[in-house]
Structure formats: C-alpha cells, structure tokens
Design a protein. Structure first.
Length: 216
C-alpha cells in the first residue's frame, strides 16, 4: 500500500506524466511482517527508494507522522523542468530530500494529487502482469492533514479550494479468469474533506485486489 502526493498535467495522469513521492507499506509472509520505505518517481521511469546515498534513509514505523511534498522548481523562479522531492518522518526525525531532478516531459503541472493506492510492483521482472501484483494490505485508516497546493501564477490554498474529485478505490474483477463478475466493492474510501485540507482514507476490504481500478 502506497501513500503519496504528486503533480500531474492531466486528470489521473492520463498522458503518463506524473511526478510523485511518498511512503510504501508492505505486509510479508503468513505473519504479515510489516515493512516501510520512502520513494520518489517520475513516470515512466521506475520508482527510486530513498537511501543513505540517495537523499537520505527514512526510518518509518506504523502510525508515524509523515510530511511529503512534490515541487516543480518553476513555482519558485527556477527551471520548470526540474523537480524536488521531500519525505520526512517527524516521529523518527529522519528525512529524504532530492532536488533538481530533470523531468522534461512535464514542464507545466496543473493538478495536485493526494493518494492512497495499491501500486503495481514488479518483482525483479521487466514487465508488470497480474502475477506480479500484490493484494492490497489490510490497514485501518490513513489521515491526510493540511493538504495544500502552491502556485506562483494563480491562487494557492488548501485542496478544498480546488478539489475536482475524490474517488473510492473500487474493484469488481475476478483475477483468476480476468472477467468482471458480481457487484463492485469499495476497497478504500476518503472521508469528508474539511476546510484545512484534512481527510482520512479508510480501508474496508481487499476483495478483488491486486487489480486497481479495473474499469469494470
């Protein structure tokens, strides 16, 4: 399960342009041993883990307070084809900061995204297929607080001033046969968005995952 913020220039990054960073939580084995790491990504390039030699290693545990931002340097008078990424764990006091990352595919981001998702995960292979995708990990809830968008050319503010859509994670896919069966189920749903950019994504079921947004 991944929680992240990002910048895009099309709804749902439909053109493939997305700069994002955040944290990943994994559940491994029958005992569901938890694992956590921080990362950043500029599609279509593969995500990059934060390490001691790459921005700084972030020590993360469950229920930690995490601060994340994705920045186009053009917003502060720099190059609009370079991006900065920051993930900080306020509980452990560790952070990752990577700046000046060239991303010429998206020089004019127009959308901010704040997401909990079940991401594609390729286990060492060059292709992601159904067999390489993990089921959505069970969790209780993930609160997002103070979600904010800054723009140098237009108004800035908490996301409630700009929000054009809040979406449930919904699946209806039978992954064994690859067909749509039964009624769709809601896996994760955002709660009410308040006036200072706070909302909570709540887990309901992992049924029909690993596939996310099947389009059924």
């Amino acid at each position: 399960m991944a929680d992240w913020t990002g910048l895009a220039d099309k709804s749902g990054a439909s053109d493939g342009n997305l700069a994002q960073d955040g944290v990943m939580a994994t559940c491994v084995g029958s005992g569901c041993t938890p694992g956590y790491f921080a990362w950043y990504e500029m599609l279509p390039a593969t995500w990059v883990a934060c390490t001691t030699t790459n921005g700084g290693a972030v020590t993360i545990s469950g229920s930690d307070s995490i601060t994340v931002y994705t920045e186009n340097e053009g917003a502060y008078g720099g190059s609009n084809t370079k991006y900065d990424f920051y993930i900080g764990d306020g509980t452990s006091g560790t952070s990752c900061y990577v700046s000046g990352q060239s991303y010429t595919a998206m020089s004019s981001p127009t959308r901010g995204e704040f997401i909990t998702e079940n991401p594609s995960y390729c286990k060492g292979g060059s292709m992601c297929t159904i067999g390489f995708l993990d089921s959505l990990d069970k969790f209780s809830s993930v609160p997002f607080t103070g979600a904010y968008i800054y723009s140098s050319s237009s108004s800035s503010g908490y996301i409630n001033s700009f929000v054009t859509g809040a979406y449930d994670m919904v699946n209806q896919n039978d992954i064994i046969y690859g067909v749509c069966t039964g009624n769709p189920v809601t896996n994760v749903s955002p709660g009410t968005l308040n006036s200072v950019g706070d909302f909570t994504n709540t887990w309901y079921t992992s049924q029909y995952t690993p596939v996310y947004d099947t389009g059924c």
